[in-house]
Each structure stands twice: as C-alpha cells, then as structure tokens.
Design a protein around this ligand. Structure first.
Ligand code: PHE
Ligand code: FE
Length: 292
C-alpha cells in the first residue's frame, strides 16, 4: 500500500474558523504527549532507513531545520529557520485545499501542511496527508535552494494550467516528482519524493522491489501518464538532478504542450514506451498479485 490515497472530498469554501486563504492556527499546544510520541516513533523509523536511500539534500534539510528535535515541530519556529534558508514558510490548513488555493500559497513560497497527526492505527496508511507526511516528507527539501525554486515555479505553473484546463496534466508532474520522484546519484538511484520518504514500506519498495518500472524523467511523457492513488506506484520516474528538473520545467512554456497532449492518448501507470530510457523494467508482481 502507498501511504495514503489522495482524497477527493475537497471542500469548496474555507471551513468555519479558517481564514479566506484557508489557513488556520497550527494550535501546537493542543497536541497531546501521545501525539508527540507517535511523531517520534515515525521519525525514528524513517531516519533509521533513509540515510543510505534518500538524496543527501533531504538529510541536510532535516539537520539544518533541526527536525530531529523531539516532538511535532512548531510551524512558527520551523518557518523561521526555513525562511532564513530559502524564504519559504510552513502554514497550517485543515486538510486538502482547492487547487487554486494550493497554487497561490506555493507561488508565494508558503507550504500548506495539515496540522493533524494520524492515529496509531493509521501508522502505515491514512486517507489524507497529515502533519508527518507534509512536514517530514516535504519540508526538508524546501531548505534546498533549487528545489525551493521548483516548488514556487510549480505554483505559478498551476495558476496557468487552470486557465488552460490542464490541471490533470500538471498534477501528474507533481505526483511523479514532488511526491514519488527518484533521483540519480552517480550510478545509483536515490529517493526524494515526499510520498515515498514519509512511508516506511514505499521507501523500500520504490528503490529495491523488482515490481515497478524505473524510467528516465521526460516531462511531456509524465504529464500524459496516469497514476495510482490507492497503492504503490507501478512506475517511478528518475530525474538527473534538481537543477535539471528546474531548468527543464521553467524553460518550457507548457501551453503548447497542453494543447498537443489534449489530442493524444494517455499512458497507463505501467506502460513502457519505445522512447523510454528504462533503468529497470518492472515485473509488476506487486500490482498483479492476487488479492481477495
Ligand atoms: N513552465 C511551466 C509553464 O509554462 C510552469 C512550471 C514551472 C510548471 C515549473 C512546473 C514547474 O506552465
Ligand atoms: Fe504530499
């Protein structure tokens, strides 16, 4: 199982108590000792296995932001550190927010994070991204100047994609990079997607399992590829570097690509094309397993 299924029940107006930009106070003092302890358990589990698997920039981010301090981070303190490094802040929201709200925050270097924590029963799987996924998964790379610029550019690209009716295409770019991306590290591959690094099981599956395809990143191809929201990915796309990802995406005007792919067929999550740079052709054993 992937760590969470992106829920589709997004409200259309800010809930009671939220500002017009959908932010709410994190209300840090309301977390219980049990919640802080559960954060520590999640943190320990991931940081035990990640150092050899994740891009070094992620471990650097954890350290520079002092995320190793015990307990659920206080967003104000975290934002102060992050702002000094890259000009980003972390703000709390009640859950998933509408696309335009999300993009507007990113374009202004604000990362929106759920303030609630999963329950012990949900330790490995939950419906919506919680504070552990959002903060542990996403925030360390926002301390990296290049990745930080990519996230802001994505927010601006989002507003443009709305005008072109191409959110479904742009979302796939986010999914296959920010959430489930792999990155080359010499002859090796490393993790960087937040949906992987916040998940114990997918941190192993994405890198080690023989099931999924691992294919060189191609922007247009990615925007044409459907994804799984309810299970491990069937394909992971591998970027060469954050610099390359940023350069490719900001140097390209997506408008003509959106127009072009509106008339082309989409790819299924496990497809391999003749034009793909295939690092690993998966056997898809996991996706094809017999379940009851
Ligand atoms: N260049 C993209 C466009 O023209 C915007 C973008 C930048 C999207 C970076 C994603 C990441 O729409
Ligand atoms: Fe996420």
């Amino acid at each position: 199982m992937g760590e969470y299924a992106m829920a589709s029940h997004v409200l259309q107006t800010p809930p009671e108590g939220a500002s017009s930009d959908w932010t709410i106070p994190q209300n840090w003092s309301a977390y219980t000792p049990e919640e802080h302890a559960l954060w520590d358990v999640l943190y320990e589990r991931q940081t035990k296995m990640l150092p050899s698997r994740v891009t070094p920039a992620f471990m650097e981010g954890l350290e520079r932001l002092k995320l190793s301090d015990s307990g659920i981070p206080n967003f104000e303190e975290l934002s102060e550190r992050l702002h000094k490094l890259t000009g980003w802040q972390v703000v709390a929201v009640p859950g998933l927010v509408p696309d335009e709200v999300f993009f507007e925050h990113l374009a202004n270097r604000r990362f929106v994070a759920g303030n609630f924590l999963r329950t012990p029963e949900q330790i490995d799987y939950l419906q919506e991204p919680d504070v552990f996924h959002d903060v542990f998964g996403h925030v360390p790379l926002l301390a990296n100047p290049v990745f930080a610029d990519y996230m802001q550019a994505y927010g601006m690209g989002g507003m443009k994609a709305i005008k072109h009716n191409a959110i479904h295409n742009l979302s796939r770019l986010y999914w296959y990079t920010v959430e489930f991306g792999l990155i080359r590290d010499g002859d090796d591959m490393k993790l960087y997607g937040a949906g992987i690094v916040s998940s114990r099981t997918e941190s192993i599956f994405a890198l080690d399992d023989k099931s999924p395809n691992r294919i060189g990143f191609d922007m247009k191809r990615v925007m044409q590829t459907r994804y799984r929201i309810d299970d491990f990915q069937q394909t992971y796309f591998v970027i060469d570097s954050f610099e390359d990802l940023l350069k490719q995406t900001i140097d390209t005007d997506f408008a003509p690509i959106y127009a072009q792919i509106a008339n082309e067929s989409e790819y299924e999550p496990a497809d391999i094309l003749p034009t793909d740079r295939v690092y690993n052709q998966g056997n898809q054993a996991w996706a094809n397993r017999v379940t009851d």
